[in-house]
Design a binder for this molecule. Structure first.
Ligand SMILES: C[S@@+](CC[C@H](N)C(=O)[O-])C[C@H]1O[C@@H](n2cnc3c(N)ncnc32)[C@H](O)[C@@H]1O
Length: 279
């Protein structure tokens, strides 16, 4: 692992990995009873990236809420992965658009395999900062080019998860990827988060714009998962509320207004965690 700081390119899709990484670091510091990501602080410290704007806002209520969003999403994903591994202990756990997220390791049961996939520049940063363990590999691909699927053995079961990734895809691209996965991996499962149209507009107008990112045109939003994601008879869909669908967030430091906003985010912004089981 290098001791030199690693540069993150501004105004790139790659830069979007900073948002959830910083959120996980903040959440680990502010709400450790809810969520701890042991590596997020070390990873932030290892990056050549100006966090001062984010640091300045880190005590504001809305930024605290943003940190909770990042943590809840990861906790929800971990819940689904561990649940799948109960019945498929040797499954492959695939982190789609992994950024610098180490959820695979957090779910490791000693038997599963872990594959982390992201664009080449991100995987290059990841490999310099995060050590791969046994049964784990990180590979560089564009998810829209399905040759990455040759890296994923689903013979003992497979669970794919995409945290904060499909907002940067067009609806047709997500649909086509999902249908391809359902064809290739019967018995497999995909978990991903979505927001409704209003949520996507807010994301583009706030967090992402604040970071000066202007190249990401996220077009995939889901107002009503049961209707909007009804793509194939071979897919069984289950959707839960993102903020409060898995945990009640009744933890020290989490205020009544955080939970109220969480409820509003789930209801109005339509934040969901969607699980697709491939028949
Ligand atoms: C908001 S970040 C989320 C990172 C990580 N999932 C997390 O929760 O910290 C979005 C990630 O998706 C990756 N990504 C976006 N489009 C991609 C594509 N076409 N192929 C592979 N990765 C992609 C980005 O490089 C970035 O790392």
């Amino acid at each position: 692992m290098s001791s030199e700081k690693i540069y993150i390119e501004k105004n790139s899709v790659q830069e979007t990995l900073i948002i959830p990484l910083y959120g996980r670091k903040m959440c680990s510091e502010k709400f450790p009873e809810l969520y701890t990501d042991a590596f997020a602080k070390r990873l932030c410290d290892s990056l050549d990236y100006d966090f001062s704007e984010l640091d300045k806002k880190s005590n504001s209520f809305l930024y605290e809420f943003g940190a909770l969003e990042a943590a809840m999403r990861q906790l929800d994903m971990i819940w689904e992965i561990k649940n799948y591994l109960k019945n498929h202990p040797k499954a492959t756990v695939v982190n789609l658009g992994c950024g610098l997220d180490d959820t695979g390791k957090a779910c490791d049961n000693g038997f599963c395999r872990i594959v982390n996939i992201d664009l080449p520049d991100v995987i290059s940063v990841r490999k310099q900062l995060i050590v791969e363990q046994d049964r784990e590999k990180s590979v560089a691909y564009d998810l829209k080019d399905y040759s990455w699927m040759n890296e994923v053995d689903g013979s003992e079961g497979v669970i794919f998860f995409a945290a904060g990734v499909f907002h940067y895809f067009k609806t047709d691209e997500v649909k086509s990827l999902v249908l391809e996965l359902s064809k290739r991996y019967p018995g497999g499962c995909l978990v991903f988060d979505t927001v409704g149209k209003l949520g996507l507009r807010l994301m583009m107008a706030t967090s992402i714009k604040n970071m000066g990112i202007n190249k990401v045109d996220g077009l995939f939003y889901v107002n009503n998962p049961a209707q909007d994601l009804n793509w194939s008879e071979n897919i069984k869909l289950t959707s839960k509320a993102y903020m409060l669908g898995y945990y009640d967030m009744k933890n020290p430091g989490i205020r009544f207004f955080h939970r109220l906003l969480a409820r509003l985010a789930d209801k109005l912004i339509k934040m969901s965690i969607n699980k697709m089981d491939f028949k």
